[in-house]
Design a protein around this ligand. Structure first.
Ligand code: SF4
Length: 212
């Protein structure tokens, strides 16, 4: 086997992953807002949301393949107690090897996914953020601990309710204004949550704090 073949195989098995960036910061949105967390942002996404604020992640070929052990070493070089695996769409890659080594290091493992790909790996928390133009897989809806629905227009409230009907009863529900529509939609979301109190508001507080 050539070295190139070996690397392709390692990538297909999830021992090498295309890494866009990794950094220690504060989780800015969703249920775990405010927690210190190490972010691992993987490349590749075929969901292609028109308002995506991470479009630079879409093409996995642009990014280096990094060994999962190296990623875990970078995590444990910080005081981080939890890791957020995000993208792009991280489930485009087999996440078993990464989550196995992170678990052996004793850190909590959180996933952010749009739910379009089969689940791999083992997580302490799955945040499902489905997109209207690319419905999530039913098994992902059932595994979600948190449903975080982005709202950019009034029609998104009905979509959010449709998605809420697919998750477990104990799944946390949140509505998050799309950043570009936040001025227009935040007031609408406030009124919606007051009228439908099983929902909460999620804000992208990292953007207000000007941190990654
Ligand atoms: Fe961007 Fe996430 Fe949508 Fe992919 S799923 S296009 S990374 S917002």
């Amino acid at each position: 086997m050539t070295e190139l073949d070996a690397r392709r195989r390692a990538a297909a098995e999830g021992r090498l992953l295309p890494l866009v960036e990794d950094f220690y910061t504060i989780q800015g949105e969703g249920f775990h807002t405010g927690r210190a967390a190490y972010f691992v942002r993987l490349a590749g996404c075929d969901v292609r949301c028109p308002w995506c604020d991470a479009a630079y992640t879409w093409s996995a070929e642009r990014y280096p393949l990094v060994e999962v052990g190296t990623i875990a070493d970078r995590v444990t070089a910080t005081p981080a107690r939890c890791v957020v695996i995000t993208g792009g769409e991280p489930l485009l890659h087999p996440l078993g090897p990464l989550t196995e080594i992170l678990r052996s290091r004793g850190v909590e493992i959180l996933l952010e996914t749009s739910g379009t790909q089969p689940l791999s790996g083992s997580f302490d928390w799955i945040c499902l953020s489905p997109k209207r133009h690319c419905a999530p897989r039913p098994e992902l809806s059932l595994q979600a601990d948190e449903l975080k629905t982005v709202v950019s227009c009034d029609e998104d409230f009905a979509w959010a309710e449709e998605q809420a009907a697919l998750v477990r009863p104990d799944c946390r529900l949140s509505l998050q204004p799309e950043w570009g529509a936040a001025e227009r939609m935040t007031t609408r979301i406030v009124e919606y949550v007051k009228a439908h109190p099983r929902w909460r508001i999620s804000l992208q507080t990292h953007k207000y704090l000007n941190i990654p």
